[in-house]
Write a protein that binds this ligand. Structure first.
Ligand code: GTP
Ligand code: MG
Length: 139
């Protein structure tokens, strides 16, 4: 089976949507093998979002992600990497289809960075790298 790194971003925690999002992951049939809530450090965020460094939304992204606690999760299942991305829906909540986490539970805001509740690894390479950042003991 495959493993992916999921983050319940600070807006998900602040809005009280941890249970709703975890329910969807479990209801789909994926197994949650690690879960931890904490406020991300600047080092963790710089490593996690290295691919976005230099983009116009990067400073806002790091500020949003470090502003309040998030929940880091390792989920496991056959094809869970694309499977969770499809549960999450498109990056922009306006474009995210109804039925998805972002489509059902978030909308666009007038902010420098899109707040869209969840992160999911986008490839096997990203998943291995990201699991190593958030759960070094599983790396
Ligand atoms: P993640 O699962 O969080 O990585 O989302 P993603 O893979 O759907 O999007 P991506 O990795 O491209 O971007 C990471 C995060 O940066 C997004 O979830 C948004 O919060 C933010 N972001 C991405 N693209 C834009 C953009 O064009 N404008 C703004 N304002 N924010 C963006
Ligand atoms: Mg991404």
């Amino acid at each position: 089976a495959q493993r992916t790194l999921v983050l319940l971003k600070p807006d998900a925690v602040q809005r009280g949507l941890r249970g709703e999002i975890l329910r969807r992951i479990e209801a789909k049939g994926y197994d949650i093998i690690a879960l931890a809530q904490r406020t991300a450090t600047a080092e963790e965020l710089a490593a996690h979002y290295a691919e976005h460094e230099g983009k116009p939304f990067y400073p806002g992204l790091v500020e949003y992600m470090g502003s309040a606690p998030l929940v880091a999760i390792v989920a496991e299942g056959v094809n869970v990497i694309p499977g969770f991305r499809s549960l999450a829906g498109a990056t922009n909540p306006t474009e995210a289809a109804p039925g998805t986490i972002r489509g059902d539970l978030s909308c666009e805001q007038d902010l420098p960075v899109i707040q869209n509740l969840v992160h999911g690894s986008d490839s096997e390479e990203s998943a291995a790298r990201e699991i190593g950042i958030w759960f070094p003991e599983l790396g």
